[in-house]
Ligand binder design. Structure first.
Ligand code: PNS
Length: 162
């Protein structure tokens, strides 16, 4: 069985992430989308909230599982016996950072974790969780960036009732 992990912060999940999830789920038999529990970052949504949002947003994709992890991706992948990590590339500016992480993961896993990149669909190339949060924090329109239920939760976090 061909399995892959799509790791990320997903704070919160956007249409850009969902595009990558759908396409990776068509290529692999099983895709585990895993939320990083990063103690050094202060996310807007808790790991539990992010997992719940991903579960809701992917409920129609039967071969997609949602999980969370802490620590190194290579250790988590080894524990799950998965050898492929998926990452989305939006623009050239993502490339340097992603290449370095992919090479680090390959090196320190002894060649057991490879990264496969999917290029983000053009309509989502500008999207990031950070910009979505920024727009939502000023009560701006994020309807083309995240599913409605995610938008509602975002506005709620920033004290807007819409
Ligand atoms: O959505 P993000 O924040 O761009 O995702 C980054 C992520 C989660 C893929 C990356 O930070 C990660 O895998 N972190 C776990 C720690 C690790 O294994 N780092 C790579 C070696 S430095």
């Amino acid at each position: 069985m061909k399995a892959a992990i799509y790791p990320g912060s997903f704070d919160p999940v956007t249409f850009g992430h969902l595009d990558i999830i759908k396409r990776a789920a068509e290529i692999f038999d099983e895709l585990t989308v895993s939320v990083l529990n990063n103690k050094t970052k202060t996310p807007l949504f808790s790991v539990e909230e992010r997992v719940k949002m991903l579960e809701e947003a992917t409920k129609n994709l039967p071969n997609v599982k949602i999980d969370s992890f802490s620590g190194l991706l290579i250790d988590y992948a080894k524990e799950k016996n998965i050898r492929v990590a998926i990452r989305g590339l939006r623009a050239f500016t993502d490339f340097e950072y992603e290449l370095q992480i992919a090479q680090t993961n390959r090196k320190f896993s002894g060649g057991n974790l490879d990264t496969m990149f999917l290029t983000t669909s053009l309509e989502y190339a500008y999207l990031s969780s950070s910009t979505v949060k920024e727009v939502a924090s000023f009560n701006g329109d994020i309807s083309e960036s995240v599913p409605d239920f995610v938008g509602k939760l975002l506005y709620k976090k920033y004290g807007y009732d819409r």
